[in-house]
Design a protein around this ligand. Structure first.
Ligand code: CP3
Length: 345
């Protein structure tokens, strides 16, 4: 068992307010790092996810370079869809593809129920390895996608544009669509529990596409299954972060999910989010990732604004409002960290 008091990230998740908040970045292991590109030059993306030694190595790269307060398991939200029956590929520069996509009630019925401790043991093995290698004061975050986001990839078959297929199935076959979300929710809850058993210290659920829903649809279709995930994890007593991208219109709904940490993107005011979340839910975010493509003074100013918006009672975990972009200069990350930490950790 890790000494959780040593971990600044866990203390902030539990509501402690700090002058220098803990910091990690979504997609912190990835193409903006030369050491990642070197591993990637020799290996396919899915092989890095599938081979525990490689997943462990790339997870640790940004920790070694920047000393972030938390690491995030290197994997992908789409990995558990493979044992469920999805034919997933990542074409060079194309992003993920699921072919054939899920389009009918029958397709939904055919998706398999999985036992993550068996078919996803390679991910759990990566977690065990990473936890052994990480410094004691760095937390390890396990993650999954949220049901609606995973359903989007399954139904659209790849990058959703313009969400026609998923919305069509949602509006024409509401019961079967709900069955799909429940199937995914059950897999997600079980898989996240297995990640904690393997040694992860905290969990995050990515709902990249949940924000395309208006408040009514979000409440009717998405909120009940997301609530079930967090209710199914509550007895573990570990921080659980819900990040729904494009969520400025969904602040109250996020509060109702039962997450203990709420991630926000840059279009949402952290000041406002903090007020609505209250002291019991920590906030995470929310620097615009494109700010890191700007000059030093733009970066320092934006970091100061984020820190000031998030100040006050309650926990704040500094992060970007979405994943770091592959063209980000590493010097920009160093400037950002210097502005947050003022030279100290
Ligand atoms: O450092 C980390 O954040 C951990 C690893 C991680 C990856 N993907 C690695 C990855 C995490 C947490 C994810 C989550 C993920 N994957 C999300 C949710 C977060 C978000 O961005 O909204 C989504 C939607 C995916 C699906 C996915 N994976 C897409 C759309 C793509 C292609 C787009 C792109 O950025 O290239 C991926 C590929 C992917 N996942 C890469 C990485 C490092 C790039 C693959 C490469 O090296 O070629």
């Amino acid at each position: 068992m890790n000494d959780s008091n040593k971990m600044k990230y866990l203390r902030a998740c539990r509501g402690e307010s700090m002058d220098t908040p803990p910091v990690w970045l979504m997609r912190q292991a990835g193409r903006y790092l030369e050491e990642y590109r070197n591993v990637r030059a020799k290996n396919k993306f899915l092989d890095i996810c599938n081979i525990p030694e490689l997943a462990c190595e790339v997870t640790l790269q940004p920790i070694r370079r920047f000393g972030f307060d938390a690491s995030i398991l290197f994997s992908d939200i789409l990995v558990p869809l493979v044992p469920m029956g999805a034919n997933l590929t990542f074409g060079e520069g194309e992003g993920p593809k699921i072919d054939p996509p899920i389009r009918s009630v029958d397709d939904i019925r055919k998706l398999k129920k999985i036992e993550p401790r068996e078919s996803l043991d390679f991910v759990l093995e990566a977690i065990r390895m990473i936890r052994r290698e990480l410094p004691d004061d760095v937390a390890l975050i396990g993650f999954t996608g949220a049901p609606f986001t995973l359903a989007t990839y399954l139904i659209e078959g790849g990058k959703p544009n313009p969400f026609a297929h998923i919305k069509q199935l949602m509006y024409t076959e509401p019961e079967a669509f709900n069955d799909l979300l429940i199937k995914l929710q059950e897999m997600i809850t079980d898989y996240l529990r297995a990640m904690i058993e393997a040694g992860a210290d905290a969990l995050q659920v990515f709902d990249t596409w949940g924000g395309i829903l208006d408040n009514r649809d979000f409440r009717a279709v998405n909120l009940p299954v997301v609530k079930k995930i967090f209710a199914g994890l509550a007895d573990l007593n570990v921080p659980t972060t819900y990040f729904v991208h494009n969520n400025a219109h969904l602040i109250s709904e996020v509060k109702e999910t039962g997450c203990t940490v709420a991630g926000f993107d840059w279009r949402c005011s952290l000041k406002e989010a903090r007020k609505i979340m209250g002291k019991n839910i920590a906030v995470q975010g929310n620097l615009d990732p494109t700010v890191l493509l700007g000059g030093e003074s733009a970066i320092r100013n934006a970091v100061r604004n984020t820190l000031s918006d998030a100040s006050g009672p309650g926990g704040h975990i500094f992060n970007l409002g979405h994943g770091i972009l592959p063209m980000t200069p590493v010097e920009s990350v160093e400037i950002m960290l210097d502005e947050i930490r003022g030279g100290k950790k």
